[in-house]
Design a protein. Structure first.
Length: 314
């Protein structure tokens, strides 16, 4: 029997690429994409799609029964910068969508859940360099608070009800195929677009703001990798630290200038600076590497070449 997968939030920044990769791996007809509305895009046009509200338990349950779903990837969320503008809705969406899938797994309706966490679970009191897997977590954003709470609930449902839920703490994600989605690390996506279009970019963070980053190809590889790992290898049921590279806006700008010499960057920090300052500068992900064999492929140089090549074609 083929594994049947449901992706909730399939039209988001990660969901878009995750859907396509899972369809290549498991067969198009076995991967059901879903989101709150139907857009005219590759996700919807390339395979089965359902409109679903992540806050509606009955809708999700009906979809799972209709398609005989085994695994759910819950990618619906309000990201850091967007969540600060609407805290109550962000909490509602980020938490209750998780409860719905956890409860469906508890009831035996699904076998496995992927739920993404984030470096936003850390806060100003967390050690900034090589942030350990287990450390002080005092998030100062709505997004971070919801993700930290979600991690605790994932672990609880695993320990108390035996729910097979798996999670990774994404760093900032960089992709050429989908536009930025309202995150604090999104400058590192936007900068490539502006470099090609305008040869200049005004950054909303200061030049020395160092944050952990990852190319989307690696993030997708990690997401599918943790889900395919044998259950006994997954020793952490809150969420795994995940890392690839760390850099500042100044460093990424210098890398782009190697390919576009006339590129110029200026700095005008806004409210997102405070969010970025509360996050780690680099991450220790040795647990993920030891437990289920995580390895990243892209560094800043390799990612920059790939980003500029793809965006030039686009």
């Amino acid at each position: 029997m083929a594994t049947k997968i449901l992706i909730i939030g399939a039209c988001g920044q990660i969901g878009t690429e995750l859907t396509q990769k899972l369809r290549q791996e498991y067969g198009t007809e076995n991967v059901i994409a879903s989101d709150i509305r139907k857009l005219n895009n590759d996700v919807i046009n390339s395979g089965p799609f359902e409109v679903v509200n992540a806050l509606d338990y009955n809708q999700i349950e009906n979809l799972i029964e209709k398609h005989q779903i085994d695994e759910v990837y819950l990618m619906a969320a309000l990201l850091s910068a967007t969540a600060e503008k609407n805290p109550a809705f962000a909490w509602d969406l980020n938490m209750n969508s998780l409860f719905h899938v956890l409860n469906l797994a508890k009831a035996g309706k699904i076998k496995k859940i992927f739920w993404p966490s984030s470096i936003a679970v850390f806060g100003p009191t967390t050690p900034k360099e090589q942030t350990p897997q287990y450390t002080i977590m005092e998030p100062s954003t709505v997004y971070g608070i919801s993700k930290q709470s979600g991690e605790r609930w994932c672990e609880y449902y695993h320990n108390i009800y035996g729910v097979d839920v798996r999670s990774i703490r994404y760093p900032g994600l960089i992709s050429w195929s989908s536009l930025p989605g309202g995150g604090t690390t999104d400058y590192a996506v936007d900068i490539y677009y502006k470099a090609l279009e305008d040869k200049k970019y005004e950054c909303f963070l200061s030049e020395e703001t160092k944050m952990p980053m990852m190319y989307m190809d690696d993030a997708i590889k990690a997401t599918i990798g943790i889900m395919q790992a044998p259950s006994e290898k997954i020793k952490i049921r809150s969420s795994y630290n995940l890392a690839a590279m760390s850099f500042t806006p100044k460093v990424i700008a210098a890398e782009i200038k190697k390919h576009i010499p006339e590129f110029e960057i200026t700095y005008n920090p806004d409210f997102r600076q405070k969010i970025a300052d509360s996050w780690p500068a680099s991450i220790d992900d040795s647990s993920a590497r030891e437990d289920w064999g995580w390895r990243h492929e892209y560094d800043l140089e390799k990612m920059t070449i790939d980003m500029l090549n793809h965006l030039s074609e686009k």
